[in-house]
Design a protein around this ligand. Structure first.
Ligand code: ATP
Length: 456
C-alpha cells in the first residue's frame, strides 16, 4: 500500500487534507518536526506533504526548511511536496532548490492536491524501478542472456571460459531455459564464429531419416536418393554442430555418433569413403541422462564422450532475481517490436511474476509478456494481462511454508554435494543429517548423487 505522510500543524486543515485521498493510500499524520521524523522512520512514506509553517515558527518557514533538510538526509528517495501560503512563491522556489519535488499553495483544493500527490507517487515508483534495474546487471557478458542470479552468472562465466576451447559440451535444463541460446553463445564466442552453426533436433526427426540428415547420403543409396547430399555434420565443417535433444537419439545412431566423435570422420549412407570433418560438438537435453543410461536407453560411453563439460541450467523458478529482470527486458524489447514502448508492470504483476513457477521457463514468459503487451489497457501491465494469479494468490504461494522449506533443502543439499565432490558421508555430515536421511532426501528431490565424470 502507498504511504503518505501529511505534516500539518493546523488540525482543521489536517483532517481536510486527510479526506482528499482514497483508500489505496495509507495516510499518517504529524504536527511537528519530531513527530514527522518518527513517522518517517516508522512508515517509510514514499511521499510527504510538508507545511513549511511549523511550530515553533508557525508564521515563518525556518522549522519547515529544517525538517525538509532532515527528511532528505534521512530518506533521500522520499518525494516531499512543500505546502506554502498563497503569496509564498519565494519559499516554494527555495524548497525545490533544496530537493523538494513539488509545491502546493494554500487554500486547499482537493482535486489539485490529489493530483500533485499522485504524480509524486508515480515519480517515486519510477525512480524505485529504475534503481532496481540499475542494481542488477541486465545484459550479461554473454550476448542475448539476461540474468542476475548467481547460478546464471556462473554459467555465463563458464561459457566464456569454455567457448574458445573445442571441448564437447553438454547443456542440460528444462524446456525453454535457454539451452540453444547458450549453444549459440559457445559458438559466437569461439574462433569458429565466422563458420557455420548447424543445429539439429534429434527428437523432431523420424528415426529412419535422422541418420541421413546427420551423416548425408550417396546418390542411389536408397530409393529416392536421386543425388548425393551432405549431412548436418559435414555442413557444420569448421564450425559448431548443435545436437539438440540428444537424449532422444535412437540407440543404433548413438553408436554411429560415437564413432564420429572418436574418429572425426563421417560415413555418408551408402558410402565406404570416410570424410574427415572438423566440428566442435555441443549437445543439449531436457532429459535425465543418468536415468536413460540406467534404463539402457543411452550409451554410457557416448555420455562420457559428449559431457567433457556440463552446463546444468536451473529452471527459472530456482533462479532468484531472474524472472523479474527477464520479464522487464522482454517487456522493453517486445514492447518496442509491437509498437507499445514505455509499458511497465503494475505491483501485482511484479508479485505474480516472482511467484509463478514458470514450468515452460523463458519461452512461457515470452508468450505471456507478448500477450500482455497486446492486452494491456493503459501503460501498466497487470497480473491479469499476463494471465497470472493475482498478487494475493502469489503472496500466498510464496508464504507456503512447505514450499519454502523444500526449496531451501533442495538448494542446501545440491550445494553440499558439490562442495564435497559428491561424497555422501561428508555431505551428510556437513548438512547435519544421517546418510540414509540424505539418500531419502536426494530421492525425494531427484537430486543427482554422482558427479559428471569428464572423459579422459
Ligand atoms: N536468460 C535469458 N535471457 C533472455 N532470453 C532468454 C534467456 N533464456 C532463454 N531466453 C529466450 O527464451 C527462448 C527459449 O530459449 P531456448 O530456445 O534457448 O531454450 P531451450 O532450453 O533450448 O528450449 P527447448 O528445450 O524447448 O528447445 C529463446 O527465445 C531465448 O532467446
Amino acid at each position: 500500500m502507498k504511504q503518505l505522510l501529511i505534516v500539518e500543524d493546523d488540525p482543521g486543515l489536517q483532517s481536510q487534507m486527510r479526506w482528499c485521498f482514497t483508500e489505496d493510500i495509507d495516510v499518517s499524520l504529524a504536527t511537528d518536526r519530531n513527530s514527522a521524523l518518527a513517522a518517517i522512520r516508522r512508515f517509510e512514506p514514499e511521499v510527504v506533504t510538508l507545511d513549511l509553517g511549523l511550530p515553533p515558527d508557525p508564521g515563518g518557514a525556518s522549522e519547515g526548511f529544517a525538517l525538509l533538510d532532515d527528511i532528505l538526509r534521512l530518506a533521500p528517495t522520499t518525494k516531499v511536496i512543500v505546502v506554502t501560503g498563497r503569496e509564498d512563491k519565494e519559499n516554494a522556489v527555495k524548497a525545490i532548490g533544496m530537493g523538494a519535488c513539488d509545491f502546493y499553495q494554500k487554500p486547499l483544493d482537493a482535486d489539485i492536491l490529489s493530483f500533485v500527490v499522485h504524480r509524486a507517487f508515480r515519480l517515486a515508483e519510477l525512480e524505485r524501478e529504475n534503481r532496481e534495474l540499475s542494481a542488477h546487471p541486465i545484459d550479461t557478458s554473454v550476448k542475448g542472456i539476461v540474468a542476475a542470479s548467481p547460478e546464471m552468472l556462473t554459467i555465463c562465466r563458464t561459457v566464456e571460459k569454455v567457448a574458445p576451447t573445442d571441448v564437447t559440451t553438454l547443456i542440460m535444463g528444462e524446456t525453454g531455459t535457454g539451452k540453444e541460446l547458450l549453444a549459440r553463445a559457445l559458438h559466437d564466442l569461439s574462433q569458429r564464429s565466422d563458420k557455420p552453426f548447424a543445429a539439429i533436433n534429434c527428437a523432431a526427426i523420424p528415426e529412419n531419416l535422422l541418420e541421413s540428415e546427420l551423416f548425408g547420403f550417396e546418390k542411389g543409396s536408397f530409393t529416392g536418393a536421386t543425388q548425393t547430399k551432405q549431412g548436418k555434420i559435414e555442413s557444420a565443417n569448421g564450425g559448431t554442430l548443435f545436437l539438440d535433444e540428444i537424449g532422444d537419439m535412437p540407440m543404433a545412431l548413438q553408436a554411429k555418433l560415437l564413432r564420429f566423435l572418436q574418429e572425426r570422420v563421417v560415413d555418408r549412407v551408402g558410402s565406404v569413403r570416410p570424410i574427415p570433418v572438423d566440428v566442435r560438438v555441443v549437445c543439449a537435453t531436457h532429459r535425465n541422462v543418468q536415468e536413460l543410461i540406467d534404463r539402457g536407453d543411452f550409451r554410457e560411453d557416448l555420455y562420457y564422450r559428449i559431457s567433457e563439460i556440463v552446463l546444468d541450467i536451473p529452471p527459472l523458478r530456482e533462479r532468484q532475481g531472474d524472472p523479474l529482470i527477464i520479464a522487464r527486458s522482454l517487456l522493453k524489447s517486445l514492447g518496442t517490436q509491437l509498437d507499445r514502448p514505455n509499458l511497465t508492470f503494475s505491483e501485482d504483476a511484479v508479485q505474480a511474476i516472482n511467484g509463478h513457477p514458470w514450468p515452460g521457463n523463458v519461452r512461457e514468459m515470452i508468450n505471456k509478456v507478448k500477450r500482455a503487451i497486446i492486452m494491456a489497457d493503459g501503460k501498466r501491465v497487470t497480473a491479469e494481462d499476463l494471465q497470472l494469479e493475482s498478487c494475493e494468490a502469489a503472496i500466498e504461494a510464496q508464504l507456503n511454508l512447505r514450499q519454502v522449506r523444500e526449496n531451501a533443502e533442495r538448494r542446501a543439499i545440491t550445494q553440499a554435494l558439490h562442495d564435497t565432490g559428491f561424497n555422501m558421508s561428508q555431505a551428510s555430515r556437513l548438512l547435519g543429517v544421517t546418510r540414509p536421511t540424505l539418500y531419502n532426501l536426494t530421492d525425494k528431490y531427484r537430486i543427482e548423487t554422482t558427479a559428471v565424470v569428464p572423459a579422459t
